[in-house]
Design a protein around this ligand. Sequence first.
Ligand code: PBG
Length: 324
Amino acid sequence: MDITHRPRRLRNNKILRKMVRETHLDMSDFITPLFIVHGKDKKNPIRSMPGIFQFSLDRLEEEIEEMLALGLEQVILFGIPQSKDEVGSDSICESGIIQRSVRFLKAKYPELYVITDVCMCEYTDHGHCGIICEQSVDNDATLEYLQKQVVSHAQAGADMVAPSGMMDHMVAAIRSALDAEKFSHIPIMSYSVKYASSFYGPFRDAAESPPQFGDRKSYQMDCANRREAIKEAQLDIQQGADILMVKPALAYLDIIRELKSITHVPIACYNVSGEYSMVKAAAEKGWIDGEALMMETLLSMKRAGADIILTYFAKEAAKLLRDK
Ligand code: PBG
């Protein structure tokens, strides 16, 4: 037998395997989502997301300090307001849950990089991502609210804003509102390609934001579509998005790769609630090795082309990376 090429030669030794490893994970890859509730002394477990909590501001410190000690310096905030109404008033008000959280975090931890999710579904009583007009979300009316929302986040001290509502022209609207208020330095990470996905199920427990009627298919994308993802990404770049996001991640690795190859902006992906809970549930049953699967899935996102991963696994993965 005359075998010249033996790929196994490079797999025989542990040190050599490390030398030829193509993809690496690092704490700076991760953004940790945090759920913040109104009130005092709250650390509410989320039923469908073992290990993840809703925090009141006074209980957040412990969590942030643990994260910073692990080298996790970036967070994205989701707020659960005390009261909801038709137009999501809490989301644009100076004393809103997010505005208070940003002020608190930036005052106490100036080194923490604070990103805000910009959407209306957590604040509206109907649970949709915009202003409702005749049973459907009115795109252009919603843009005005998103503009008010980003300006109030920026005034509170947010480092970056991340619009997630899949409204047409949202990036341009937000960019012009920020620029007009002298926030031209604040980057926009757009949820450019967000699919109408069943993987968001547990998040709706965490953020208490399920739509009260209908679904989100008139604004979130059909999971069957790839060319439409390219169109959304290109529109966002034209409108001034600094970072593009694909969401969910695991079932959409092809889309991450596609965007990576056609654009030059950094690509983020959202390793969403259902992807987290799926791993946790199977691990709890003893059907899979949860830690190994966590690292494998995170690595697959980076390998596909993601520069940034929003993930509920951030702390756990950081601990493994530290102890390695
Ligand atoms: C709000 C928003 C959602 C998620 C992030 N921002 C929910 C949704 O669109 O229903 C989901 C995140 C997750 O599942 O972890 N627009």
